[in-house]
Design a binder for this molecule. Sequence first.
Ligand SMILES: [Zn+2]
Length: 319
Amino acid sequence: MPVKKKIKLKKKFKLLLLIIILGVGATIIGFKIYNNHMFKQTIDYELQKIGYEKETIDLIKTKLKDENIEKIKNNDKIDYIKDIIKEKYYLDKHFDDYLTFYENNSKKSFKDIVTLVNIGATKGFYEDTKETDTSLKEAILVNKYNTLPKDYNPGNIKKFSSTYAYGEVSAEENCYNAFIQMAKSAKKDGITLILTSGYRSYEKQKKIYDDMKKQKGQEHADKYAARPGSSEHETGLSLDILTYNALTETFKETETYAWLHEHAHEYGFIERYEEGKEYITGYSAESWHYRYIGEELAKKVKEEGITYEEYFAFYVQNE
Ligand SMILES: [Zn+2]
């Protein structure tokens, strides 16, 4: 090939290379500008602008519905938002309530803020009561803010024989059968379960409460008895389980309690009022009070390790 032609080709090649480089460069810059433009239209950008860090932004995007993200976008930075959202039992439907409750109770832990809002106990016991959903049957929730109607029908009530109970104790059929099965298993392990209380009608609970109120005043009555409609015993699904010569005060130290603690859930029962949970359940710790909720549910509640109020709000009611 002649030298001149070779040089010409080289020049052409250089020109082509330059064009390619410029083209690629322009594309990259253009892409960056475009990307930047698009980013500015994202939630990330808007939240960053308000002052939220990446971790919080990711939480907001994964746990909040659009309408609540909108609220955050339209407000100044809420410093504690991350602490609320990252709670295990955060429920987005309560977003506004969490914020309001926290603003008025900023000394409470974020866990308690979420818990109390979830279970609907922000106003205290007997203050903001609603009629409980009786269609849930064994999963029903009864406490000092979810109450039973006067005419609640607990279903078929059966009376325990003296093999299982001191005095007159009865329970709803399924609860009755489950207890007998449990008592038989316990017996095989050398444990005797004795019932001291079971189903109480609304009228009976009313009498217990009214008598105590008359004798010792309302404060005392509210501390030691439940107002009618708010005792689980009215469901026919609660049993007070003790053993021979056991005192309620020391029951927790007995091997009977230890057996129940390990096995009750296998028969559908859960210990209902545990120590340290009084602000949730509304009841002092009662290591002898068990509630029948069915095997499947009892296993789940036990595994989760939370009160039935908390479990109910997050899993049952939220289904
Ligand atoms: Zn009880």
